[in-house]
Design a protein. Sequence first.
Length: 299
Amino acid sequence: MDRVPIAFHDAVCATLYTDALSSLGELSGYFGYLARSTWRDRAYYVSSVKDGIEKEGHINYDSDGRKVSASEEIEAVPKKSVHIVMINLYDRKEENVSRAIVKRYPYSSFQFALLSSSINEAWVDFACSLKRLDTVLIMKTLDDDVIRLFQKLVDGRKFCWLPIFEEACEGNMLALLKMLLCQDQFMHLKIRNNLEGPWNSTVVQDLLQFWSENSEKVCPKEECDYIDKCYRHHNLCFSEPSCVYKFEEGKGDDRRRLYISFGCAHGKERTNGRRYASREGVDDLRLMRGTTLLRVLFA
């Protein structure tokens, strides 16, 4: 690795996921040094926009959870160190604050959290124009006209993954999620429920049924082979013991599989740090009803 040009090392480290950087820091030579340095300095910026005004913002460091809130200290953080910018949107008021935030961080990827049931068309057009749009977190049930606006992002294939709260999966949004599952670039749907109670809808069952009926459309054979070889659950991390279940149906070329993994804190104590999905959790499928994090990999 030490014979590889320095520019290549820099480019690789700039695009690596945070979890990978901490492991690569154990390597010797310049690449190991660069990985450790990048990991130490990597941070994300969180801000909120309400009534057309940017509210309190802060920077968090991935390596040690350090939080920087003072405006002078935030400005002093190198822009190349900020790999993710999260903007919380509290209403649909016309504003240019999001654009200004994006301009401040030219090296970052951008996430938006919708804390309102309504958004304006200008924001949707702005989000569609972003080359580094990472995802949009949907926390509230969106109005039907808003879902139609949001479909612009789906039709534009802007999402590789999408986090959404269970309560927001109702009505026309469920149809939009099914559309996402059929897109080649889409890899990860993350549905969160109320952390204090069981699931209140059948959204997971509905999506699994859709996959079962449309498996060839959702996941072609060549994609299945790639996922089976390279993915499985090695890119999923949990902060508590986890269970993994595999389900199969069909035979030969018609065989379809899915892997369900979920944290099961009710079965064992929470762990320190994040780990890959494994078989270390309690072998009890009923624990899935009380989990706060469930992931399904279609293959």
